[in-house]
Design a protein around this ligand. Structure first.
Ligand SMILES: NC(=O)c1ccc[n+]([C@@H]2O[C@H](COP(=O)([O-])OP(=O)(O)OC[C@H]3O[C@@H](n4cnc5c(N)ncnc54)[C@H](O)[C@@H]3O)[C@@H](O)[C@H]2O)c1
Length: 357
């Protein structure tokens, strides 16, 4: 009997619903074929529920997740009827902060040189993993406004950086490099201008690197890092930075691999429940048209299965996605004519063929 792995499935809004339905179907088939012990529990957390009940998720949702689940498989939130994203703050930021999922992990790997917008760059050049601190910095909502609504209005957001918060993400990036055979960790900050938070990141980075003598430690100011990711992406291996810079650099990373529809991410706190989500949002411009690229959701499922320690299933998904790209079984964002369903059916069949040997 396989170990039980309990997963909350939260499609959310817009294309989140479309791509997570396909990812869920893939997980069900893989579970049937490989006896992974997956138990998928569907959650209707999102805009519809928020508009009907005034809450995006049940009040005890975080306790329930913490006590009874191993992972969350999440789609996207975003609905024109809730312009201030109140439900997004409650559900997604609620889970990231409430479950203390302090590491946001975003792999950036080109799967096909034809998809990379950079001239003469391919899978060997663009292959990095970005570790974004996920619970501090400007996202903690510490601040306020003064003389709001007047010509003298002032708005202040404070960037919060704790030694504990910085050290655990920096150490995690080095640990990851060591475990996966990567050679270099680049820390990116703006310590030349942002004195106190930047200074803390610098000190912690210099301390932690001493514990990893086999891993090269590198530093770039974030403005230079953005330039270098485009000019010479091959110089990056593992990247670690604060919440805001990680948010921006990882979207740049998504552009380097060819589409947001290929970018996967995990929000983790080692030893606890993890939350896995495609990087993209609810894409209202294409929602309901059946053309959303499901590959980010598949690669997200692969990250989740790796986290749940079923590596062969994760490998099979990645191989099947790679095959579909090589055979041009892709949606319009990657220049193809496939639909969400046709691409998903292709990947699902390929994946099952791979695991059947
Ligand atoms: N994690 C999240 O839930 C999350 C992340 C980003 C944005 N959002 C929300 O999503 C809504 C839309 O935001 P946005 O338009 O800035 O970002 P978005 O990621 O939804 O879309 C950006 C562009 O990329 C395209 N795109 C995204 N995913 C795609 C896919 N799988 N296949 C093909 N094309 C894809 C979209 O069609 C759009 O043109 C907003 O409400 C925003 O707040 C949510």
């Amino acid at each position: 009997m396989a170990e039980r792995r309990r997963i909350a499935v939260v499609p959310g809004d817009g294309i989140g619903k479309e791509v997570i339905a396909e990812g869920r179907a893939l997980l069900v088939e893989l579970d049937r074929a490989m006896s992974l012990g997956l138990e998928l529990v569907d959650k209707d957390w999102g805009a519809d529920r928020y508009l009907e009940t005034g809450r995006g998720m049940p009040e005890d949702a975080l306790d329930d997740l913490r006590d009874n689940y191993d992972a969350v498989y999440f789609g996207a939130l975003g609905d024109d009827r809730i312009p201030d994203m109140a439900h997004g703050r409650e559900i997604l930021l609620g889970m990231r902060f409430g479950l203390d999922l302090w590491a946001n992990v975003r792999p950036v790997k080109v799967l096909d040189p034809a998809l990379c917008p950079l001239k003469d760059k391919g899978p060997d050049d663009v292959d990095m993993v970005i570790f974004r601190e996920n619970t501090e910095d400007l996202y903690v909502a510490v601040g306020g406004t003064f003389k709001e609504g007047t010509p003298d209005e002032v708005a202040v957001d404070q960037s919060v950086n704790s030694r504990k918060g910085v050290e655990r993400i920096v150490r995690h990036a080095f640990d990851y490099a060591q475990k996966t055979g990567r050679k270099k960790v680049t820390m990116s900050d703006k310590s030349n201008a942002v004195r106190y938070g930047g200074g803390l990141w610098q000190r912690v980075f210099q301390e932690v690197q001493k514990d990893f003598p086999d891993i090269a430690a590198d530093h770039l100011f974030v403005d230079v890092a953005a330039m270098e990711m485009v000019r010479a992406p091959e110089r990056f291996d593992v990247v670690v930075c604060n919440n805001l810079f990680g948010d921006i650099l990882s979207d740049l990373g998504a552009a380097l691999i060819g589409s947001l529809g290929l970018a996967a991410s995990g929000n983790i706190h080692p030893g606890r429940i993890g939350l896995f989500e495609p990087v993209h949002g609810s894409a209202p411009d294409i929602a309901g048209q059946g053309v959303a690229n499901p590959m980010a959701a598949f690669l997200t499922a692969a990250m989740m299965l790796e986290f749940l320690e079923v590596q062969p299933a994760a490998d099979a998904i990645r191989q099947a996605v790679q095959g579909a790209i090589e055979q041009r079984q892709v949606t319009p964002d990657l220049g193809g004519q496939g639909t969400t369903q046709s691409v998903s059916a292709h990947v699902r069949e390929a994946c099952l063929a791979i695991v059947a040997g």
